[in-house]
Every structure is written in structure tokens, then in C-alpha cells.
Design a binder for this molecule. Structure first.
Ligand code: NI
Length: 135
């Protein structure tokens, strides 16, 4: 019997969206204010959905304390109060859009949780702008 379990998390981070193969004009045209060279920040909120079998010996899909600790270690400690472009190796050559950030969070959580769980991530860049992976 599979059940979905959810945990929310939060981090603050700065970023800048740009493509270094494009001119400043083209970057401005595509990314607008988000390509401002001095960076800007967001209060990111995320919802992590973990689907798995209920363990008959515990009655749990995963211990929520374990999930909380994994989310802190893999995502919040890695991204909180960081400049995503400069401080986070995953974005050295990857534009830190909400879409790419959501995929990176999914990869990190999936790798850590292992094959017995299916992971889904919803990431809010603002209360009104959010993305989801996988779809
Ligand atoms: Ni932004």
C-alpha cells in the first residue's frame, strides 16, 4: 500500500539569470530585471512529496524526522543564504531558474532517498510563481 508523505522547507538565496553566450541586450530582452548584474534574492519555499510503501513494522513510509533531517542536509544547508550562481557548484554552468533549481532539488533528494521512494518537488520562487518536477 503506497502513501504520499509531505515535508515543506525554506531557504533564502540570491541569483542572477543570464546566458553568457548572449549580448547584454539579448539577456535584458529575455530575462529583464532578473539579469541585473548585482544579483537579487528570493525566499524560496518548497514542498517535497515522497511516495513509498507503508512499512508494516513502523506504520510509516519514512520517519518524518529522517525526512526533515535529509531536507535540511541536502537542500537547506546547501542553498540557504547562498549566491546560487557563485556559491553552488551545481549552477556553475546552469542558469539558476526556478525550473533548474527544482530539478536539482529533485536530483539531490532522489539520490539521497534511494530507489524505494518516488520524489516530487514543488518550488515556490514567490507565492504566485512556482514550478513542479517531475510532471
Ligand atoms: Ni529571481
Amino acid at each position: 500500500m503506497k502513501v504520499a508523505i509531505f515535508r515543506t522547507g525554506h531557504f533564502n538565496a540570491a541569483h542572477r539569470l543570464y546566458n553568457d553566450e548572449w549580448s547584454a541586450e539579448k539577456n535584458n530582452e529575455v530575462f529583464g530585471i532578473c539579469t541585473s548584474p548585482n544579483f537579487h534574492g528570493h525566499n524560496y519555499e518548497m514542498e517535497i512529496k515522497v511516495v513509498g510503501e507503508v512499512d508494516p513494522t513502523t506504520g510509516m513510509v519514512i520517519n518524518l524526522k529522517t525526512l526533515k533531517d535529509i531536507l535540511k542536509e541536502e537542500i537547506e544547508d546547501r542553498f540557504d543564504h547562498k549566491n546560487l550562481n557563485l556559491d553552488v557548484p551545481e549552477f556553475k554552468d546552469l542558469n539558476p531558474t526556478a525550473e533548474n533549481l527544482c530539478i536539482v532539488i529533485w536530483q539531490l533528494m532522489s539520490n539521497r532517498l534511494g530507489k524505494e521512494y518516488e520524489v516530487f518537488v514543488r518550488l515556490y520562487e514567490t507565492p504566485r510563481n512556482f514550478v513542479e518536477y517531475p510532471v
